[in-house]
Write a protein that binds this ligand. Structure first.
Ligand code: SF4
Length: 209
């Protein structure tokens, strides 16, 4: 419990008002931005979506866009062929099967192309503040460094453990804080260990950095 209390206090100290760093104007733009964000940074996704959502400013126009043009716009963030197909397909399915509204249900969301459990959780917690914890690379790394889970735990194990650790009313907030903690403080390559209040709980502290 010591660790949990200290960790939550530290997250609140470092990131008192955490915000998602993906830019979006509505439900489908957020969902598409999250799908595009796999294997790249939010900053790069924002660069791409600022062009994509300006040129194609409705699901209808995204559905009708040529794959070539979508690929060209998405190219800077990698996996652009696959992601262009997801964008077009998602636009079509959301329009025809969901009346143009992104479903507020994880079971429905994970049926969509390019949408897995993490994407669904991130969407629901960000857009609706619904109680879900999306486990991305930052959340997973931090959880393992702080021995919240074993080193070989799966992402599902991480999600379940975090749901037990934190009270449900703060899941969405803790998720965002852990993403920011991993992105800016407990970074993959050069974590700020010499300046970290969690150092006594950590298996990965790098005292010489
Ligand atoms: Fe991360 Fe270093 Fe802090 Fe451990 S001591 S949680 S590796 S920043």
């Amino acid at each position: 419990m010591m660790m949990k209390n200290d960790f939550e206090a530290y997250l609140d100290e470092l990131f008192p008002n955490p915000k998602c760093e993906l830019l979006y104007n509505n439900d489908y733009e957020l969902l598409l931005a999250i799908v595009l964000s796999s294997q790249t940074t939010d900053k790069r996704v924002n660069m791409v979506t600022s062009v994509l959502f300006k040129k194609y400013n409705s699901l209808e126009s995204l559905k009708n866009a040529s794959l070539d043009d979508l690929e060209n716009i998405i190219r800077p963030i990698g996996s652009f062929r696959k992601k262009a197909v997801y964008v077009k397909e998602l636009a079509r399915i959301l329009l025809y099967e969901y009346g143009g509204v992104v479903p507020r249900s994880r079971d429905e969301l994970i049926k969509l192309p390019g949408v897995g459990r993490k994407t669904a959780n991130v969407f629901l917690s960000e857009f609706y503040n619904d109680p879900y914890i999306g486990v991305d690379t930052h959340v997973e790394r931090v959880s393992k460094r702080l021995k919240i889970v074993r080193k070989n735990a799966s992402v599902l194990d991480v999600e379940k453990k975090l749901m037990k650790l934190f009270s449900k009313d703060v899941w969405a907030k803790r998720h965002l804080q852990m993403v920011l903690f991993g992105r800016y403080h407990c970074k993959a390559l050069k974590p700020e260990c010499s300046n970290c209040k969690m150092i006594d709980y950590c298996i990965e502290k790098r005292e010489n950095i």
